[in-house]
Design a protein around this ligand. Structure first.
Ligand code: FES
Length: 125
């Protein structure tokens, strides 16, 4: 499996994953190499982990020779040559991306106000 990881933009856009399940006899395709089973297993894993990520089955993402292919949005992270055994790692990646996207933006956070002096609680005086 090859992953071309890209940073998740802080756009607030939902994370979605496209899985190619295309099955055709005339040319190599992801579905012929397990894309459908990967999609089903990923779907079950997303539900089991309670991850709010939409999975879409697609009929071709373009780079057919490298399949089974997946693409994660909005970061446009490509996963090529996936195998069924890669699903736990893909789920970990999706969970990580979801956590990173929902984490507070540290750079935009305001420092705590220093205008009012801290006082000890009444019980410790
Ligand atoms: S058949 Fe999967 S990318 Fe084309």
């Amino acid at each position: 499996m090859t992953i071309r990881l890209r940073p998740v933009p802080r756009s607030g856009a939902a994370i979605e994953v496209d899985v190619c399940v295309n099955k055709r006899k005339t040319y190599t395709s992801c579905g012929e190499r397990g894309g459908g089973t990967i999609a089903e297993t990923l779907e079950r894993g997303l539900a089991k982990r309670g991850l709010d990520i939409t999975l879409r089955r697609r009929n071709c993402l373009g780079p057919c020779l490298n399949g089974p292919n997946l693409c994660i949005f909005p970061s446009v992270t490509w996963i090529a040559g996936a195998h069924l055994g890669d699903v736990p790692e893909i789920l970990d990646l999706l969970e990580q991306l979801l956590n990173e996207q929902s984490a507070p933006d540290v750079a935009a956070a305001k420092p705590p106000s220093t205008s009012s002096p801290r006082t000890a609680p009444a019980s410790s005086r």
